[in-house]
Design a binder for this molecule. Sequence first.
Ligand code: R5P
Length: 309
Amino acid sequence: MPEVDESENGRFYEDVPFRSELFHVKGAESYDWGMKNRLARIFRPSDGRTVMLAIDHGYFQGPVRGLERVDLNIVPLLQSTDALMLTRGILRTTVPPEIQAPIVLRVSGGSSILKELSDEDIVVSIEDAIKLNVAAIAVQVYVGAEYESKTILNMTKLVDAGLKAGIPVLGVTAVGREMVRDARYFRLACRICAELGAQMIKTYYIPDGFGTVVASTPVPLIVAGGKKVDETEALRIVEVALQEGAAGVDMGRNVFQSEKPLTMLTALNHVVHDGWTAQEAIEMFNTTDEATVRLQVNSKKKSVEFSRQ
Ligand code: R5P
């Protein structure tokens, strides 16, 4: 019979109170452990922010510029992102399973740029998302569009499934071509997503009133990149979005369509996580070549691997 392994002189530290800290993700205090653990993989505990790389464009646009060869163009970027947003097709075929970055899986779809975009459905089962060991699932929500209600209900079904599995839902506020992109619209769209259970929201930065969107949404807002603009403009938008309360970025084209994608991703990391100003990051971007950044990232990776051995 095994002995009872307890001693009168054990280390009980009776005078030290049990550790109790607030969780670093907005609105997440009451979530279950599994969901918090997944959110903590996406949002760094040190600052509550994320740099997410979005490469899911092909699910309705096909091979956009920069994503023609994910194996060649994107895989070399993966160690510099906090999370990767993509479809299960690209994940299974092209992304090495050794990836450390958590996966945010696109689970809505069914439309293409040739037709009405808001006519989406849920295209991945929660069982498959669990099997792929994802950290979150992402769904498009088209407030004000033709299939508004269908896309909102897609989201609520995923929230129910996600709550059972401990997987958070990223609601993506998609703006129809005819919609006005102002603070009033984004307050409405983001609040609907949060009220109906999304644990985080991807939305657009707007220069006028973004802070009111943040204030009226009780979950983290991650800023979408949008179409490719000059790196200076993109980094300045990120800087002000963070100042106004964004919890990070989920950027695609402004990274992978840049002439120097890894340098751009590194610049973004400095602004989001290291307190760099956009100006400092732009100077670094303009004065550093891609090969040098690649060397720096690879040597950092090697030293991490060495310290794990
Ligand atoms: C939303 O429609 C999808 O998630 C996009 O593929 C993604 O948001 C696009 O990212 P970006 O606008 O930064 O290229």
